[in-house]
Design a protein around this ligand. Structure first.
Ligand code: ZN
Length: 357
């Protein structure tokens, strides 16, 4: 290398070093970047120093010391800045009383509400059984909530469905998820299998087992030749998958305007295994020693409902069942009071996650 070339490179680097303001390195890592830039293995000053060996002896003697002193000076400035940054860091930490050696606090992770978890699991199981999700509005017409489900204005069954009416009658907050059945049958030609989970409302006084707002899940199957036996089989598979393979179910005759025949369905008590015993000789309190817990309403779709939604009851048959989601969660997790679901107490909510399902 010609001495003049080397000299030009050296002067350029020396000028860059001279122009560097140590205070511009605000952190130790920024300072280290400067050190690597000039003094690293392929740093700018390192390259210049490597070039010295190619110069004639005379020039080496002349410029070598200059280059070495440039390096020493830069190293000195970097070391001084490093010390300043470190002492500053120590001081500020001491003053603030922060102990950087303490372990970090764990990040809080949100989780799904137990009602959401239960609803998701129920929908998932029915999805595996071929049911598709259907949804409808919370504010319903009188037609969809009552009339089309064979509950005319004068019918005493409306007593059990007292709800909140909106100003522009006849709209109301739906009292069950059954109106979704009506809406689906009005616009979709059978055969169909749907599951409709969602919120429902009743003008109930709030107590340990009643809430004015609650969650329900409705299931409907319509097709050719569907019978009560299909309903029984479906509920048996559904409950066993959801609650365990030893779960038993039983049907008791009941009445709903939109199904005929209708049944209340009980499942064997999860807590005592259907024995009714336990609780230190006093018997199982969850099932009042009967071994059974009343869980849902079901039945074969009333031909009157098919007529009302414009389907031929001679051609189509079907079944439906509706189940309270909180009630199932209360039984499954032994929750004594429905109000716990709505109090937003983290000590309660923190106990649920996907793993316990
Ligand atoms: Zn029991």
């Amino acid at each position: 290398m010609a001495t003049s070339d080397w000299l030009a490179a050296f002067e350029k680097t020396a000028a860059a070093i001279g122009a560097w303001e140590p205070s511009s390195a605000a952190t130790l890592s920024a300072l280290d970047a400067v050190r690597i830039d000039f003094l690293g293995r392929n740093g700018r000053l390192t390259e210049v120093l490597k070039g010295l060996k190619d110069l004639p002896l005379e020039d080496r003697k002349l410029y070598g010391p200059k280059a070495q002193s440039a390096r020493a000076e830069l190293e000195g400035r970097i070391a001084a800045r490093k010390a300043a940054l470190e002492s500053h860091r120590d001081l500020s930490l001491e003053k603030s009383g922060v102990d950087v050696t303490l372990p970090a606090s764990p990040a809080l992770r949100g989780r799904l509400h137990p009602v959401t978890l239960m609803m998701g699991e129920m929908t998932r199981v029915l999805g595996l059984m071929g049911y598709s999700l259907a949804e409808g509005p919370l504010v319903e017409t009188d037609w969809h909530n009552f009339e089309a489900l064979n509950i005319p204005a004068h019918h005493p069954a409306r007593d059990a469905h007292d709800t909140f009416y909106l100003k522009d009658l006849p709209t109301l907050l739906r009292t069950h998820t059954s109106p979704v059945q009506v809406r689906t049958m009005e616009k979709t030609k059978p055969p169909l299998k749907i599951v409709c989970p969602g919120r429902a409302f009743r003008r109930d006084a709030v107590d340990a087992s009643h809430s004015a707002v609650f969650y329900q899940m409705e299931c409907l199957a319509v097709g050719h030749g569907i019978t009560f036996a299909d309903l029984k089989g479906t509920l048996e598979v559904f409950m066993r998958t959801l609650l365990g393979s030893s779960t038993r179910i039983r049907f008791r005759p009941s009445f709903f305007p939109f199904t005929e025949p209708s049944a209340e369905v009980d499942v064997s008590c999860l807590l005592c295994g259907g024995q009714g015993s336990g609780g230190g000789g006093k018997g199982c309190s969850a099932c009042k020693q009967s071994g059974w817990v009343e869980l849902l309403g079901a039945g074969v779709v009333n031909p009157a409902v098919f007529k009302l939604v414009g389907l031929d009851p001679e051609e189509w048959t079907g079944f439906a069942f509706g189940i309270g989601i909180e009630r199932l969660a209360m039984m499954k997790y032994r929750i004594p009071d429905i109000r716990l679901f709505y109090e937003n107490d983290l000590r309660f909510l923190d106990q649920f996650d996907e793993d316990i399902l």
